[in-house]
Design a protein around this ligand. Structure first.
Ligand SMILES: Nc1ncnc2c1ncn2[C@@H]1O[C@H](COP(=O)(O)OP(=O)(O)OP(=O)(O)O)[C@@H](O)[C@H]1O
Ligand SMILES: [Mg+2]
Length: 201
């Protein structure tokens, strides 16, 4: 059976989790890898309907998403989670429960996200209309050992997707293809160094 895995995006609102989840899914489907996206916005309207944004509720939400990712990935699929998941401890708890857990840190300075303000939420949070907004008046704990770091205010979507796919190839989780992905020699070295530092290769 194919090796299933979980690709876990984390990052502040507007950092690019949903954008990259969809773009990566498209590429994976082309390579014959079955995927399912668990997007925070969607999950909060069904699986986690009724949960709020306290630390406790955020942790419950992440445990639920992690649980579904575990079920999917142990049956050979690629589960893609795209939730802010601001707390490191619960992310690590989920990591421990899943074989082949690949964390993607969507790194972006909050000032840039405020400028980008895709959903107009930062404006509201800064005006005090939304309380407990990650990065404004609620913490975001950046991962220290993410398998992949994408700098989404510096890279294009294609570059970020290229890095993600190349890492998955090097980890032996997806079949390699000739070309088709967008990354440079330097990026290849950076990816290999990261995976070697983490003990994967
Ligand atoms: N390298 C990149 N990766 C991802 N997104 C990028 C990149 N460069 C620019 N963008 C843009 O940044 C925005 C990211 O918004 P997106 O909705 O994906 O964020 P999100 O992390 O899912 O936020 P939320 O937590 O609010 O759902 C999009 O408008 C996207 O086009
Ligand atoms: Mg999103």
């Amino acid at each position: 059976m194919k090796k299933g895995f979980t690709l876990w995006f984390t990052g502040m609102s507007g950092a690019g989790k949903s954008t990259l989840a969809e773009a990566v899914e498209k590429e994976l489907l082309e390579r014959g890898v079955g995927t399912e996206i668990l997007d925070g916005d969607v999950i909060r309207t069904n699986l986690s309907k009724g949960l709020g944004f306290s630390k406790e509720d955020r942790d419950i939400n992440i445990r639920r998403v992690g649980f579904v990712c575990r079920l999917l990935s142990r049956h050979g699929a690629c589960a893609i989670a795209a939730c802010i998941s601001p707390y490191a401890a619960v992310r690590d708890e989920v990591r421990e429960s899943i074989d082949n857990f690949v964390e993607v840190f969507c790194e972006a300075p909050v000032e840039k996200l405020i400028e980008r303000d895709v959903k107009g939420l930062y404006k509201k949070a800064l005006a005090g209309e939304i309380k407990g907004f990650t990065g404004i008046d609620d913490p975001y704990e950046a991962p220290e050992k993410a398998e992949i770091v994408v700098k989404t205010t510096e890279e294009t979507v294609e570059e970020s997707v290229g890095k993600i796919l190349r890492t998955l190839e090097l980890m032996g989780l997806i079949p390699a293809t000739d070309g088709g992905t967008d990354y440079s020699e330097e990026e290849e070295e950076e990816i290999k160094k990261r995976l070697s530092d983490l003990g994967y290769i």
